[in-house]
Design a protein around this ligand. Structure first.
Ligand code: B12
Length: 349
């Protein structure tokens, strides 16, 4: 069955352009006014989005994970509705995916593709669940998180920075600032962007400031003991979300580990070379966008086939693995943790 999913995934990747044209033809038959309603730019986005949907579907099929595809459908539905795309257009679009697969996909792949589309379509019927705010929760630093976000959204970098520096000087643990303030505020920024309440420029501004504040906090990392253990922390090839794995790396450093943080978009051969050179004990890999899970799997396979480093312990994490909690096992990792604190716990436990 897993092999069928992988073949269906390859079929989509190889034929994406043709499948897209068939889906568009199907949708134009049902909604002939679509091109006129969307105008040039809207129509371009509509065409582009079909490729995005196919990429997410393809990565979910690789791991036969309806959970991964379902979470994408819920996410994309919320995104498009908030951008004022009529629900009917979204439903017809995904119905056309189903129709095209049913009529054109080769025999054995057809069933699995139709099954995945049916599971996705069933979620379009359900009312969108409103994602609650990440900073209004009942946690000790929620007020600081609210003030910090407020400063960011007003473009007041000095006040944002001052809030964090004051909290550290008052003795607040950097780890609490990372997880309760910086992580939650990043997730809140993502939520606001998804709800069309924040622009990409604002997100970039906030993320960059948070990254710079993390840089400034680095000077406070003074572990009470030094361990003779080395962590390599990295994102896979293509993956640009690096704040989370940076937090993981800093947590290990605070606990006395030597850390070698390579950050975003690290090419596999270079990472393998780094593992050898650093004589690392542990590799932490981060994936946020599901279509890069395959890169993590390829990396792990290559490490297991490389004599000098084949026994290194590998843990994975990041948003993609949280969407389907069983996924880490299927790609051959040794462990998974949902946040930086538990990453350290599984490594040292
Ligand atoms: C900032 C951001 C970006 C920045 C990243 C910059 C940077 N330097 O990191 C940029 C602008 C590059 C970006 C790009 C994109 N993004 Co973006 N981005 C975000 C945002 C708003 C915040 C991410 C973040 O900083 N999180 C905070 C960190 C601390 O959390 P974390 O990564 O989960 O890490 C914690 C744990 O997961 C864990 N962990 C992390 N790694 C590891 C590893 C191990 C081993 C372990 C054990 C634990 C662990 O520990 C961390 C700390 O506790 C999210 C929103 C969200 N909900 O995630 C969207 C989001 C992830 N992005 C999204 C999208 C769609 C994209 C783009 C595809 C957009 C586009 N059309 O181009 C691109 C893809 C780029 C790419 N190739 O990777 C979507 C993904 C939707 C989906 N269905 O998958 C999100 C969810 C936005 C949204 N709400 O819709 N993005």
């Amino acid at each position: 069955m897993q092999q069928l999913g992988q073949e269906a995934s390859k079929y989509i990747t190889r034929n994406a352009d043709k499948i897209r044209e068939d889906i568009i033809q199907c949708q134009l038959k049902v909604q002939p006014d679509l091109m006129e309603r969307y105008r040039d730019l809207g129509y371009e986005y509509f065409r582009r989005d079909i490729i995005y949907h196919l990429k997410f579907l393809s990565s979910a099929l690789t791991y036969l994970s309806k959970g991964l595809f379902g979470s994408y459908i819920e996410w994309v539905k919320g995104l498009l509705v908030d951008l004022n795309v009529p629900m009917e257009d979204i439903v017809v679009n995904f119905q056309c995916f189903r129709r095209v697969f049913e009529s054109k996909a080769p025999g054995p792949l057809r069933d699995v593709l139709v099954e995945f589309m049916d599971s996705g379509l069933s979620l379009l019927d359900v009312d969108a669940i409103e994602i609650p705010s990440f900073i209004e929760g009942d946690f000790p630093l929620s007020e600081l998180a609210t003030q910090y976000l407020d400063s960011l959204l007003h473009g007041n970098s000095q006040s944002a920075n001052q809030l964090i520096q004051d909290a550290v000087k008052k003795g607040t643990d950097i780890r609490d600032i990372y997880l309760q303030v910086l992580e939650n505020v990043q997730l809140e920024i993502g939520r606001l962007w998804h709800a069309n309440q924040l622009t990409v420029a604002q997100e970039h501004y906030c993320t960059d400031l948070t990254r710079r504040i993390m840089d400034s906090l680095h000077s406070y990392i003074k572990p009470s003991k030094r361990l003779d253990r080395t962590l390599i922390a990295s994102c896979v090839k293509g993956e640009l979300h690096e704040l989370g794995i940076r937090m993981v790396s800093d947590f290990f450093e605070l606990s006395g580990w030597n850390t070698f943080f390579t950050g975003a978009n690290t090419p596999t051969p270079d990472l393998i070379q780094a593992i050898k050179q650093q004589n690392a004990d542990l590799l932490a890999i981060s994936v946020t966008i599901p279509w890069y899970i395959i890169e993590a799997e390829k990396l792990i396979t290559e490490i297991r086939n490389t004599k000098e480093i084949k026994d290194i312990r590998i843990i994975v994490g990041g948003r993609a693995f949280k969407l389907d909690p069983q996924l880490w096992k299927r790609i051959g990792a040794d462990g998974f943790a949902p946040d930086a604190k538990s990453a350290l716990e599984i490594a040292e436990g």
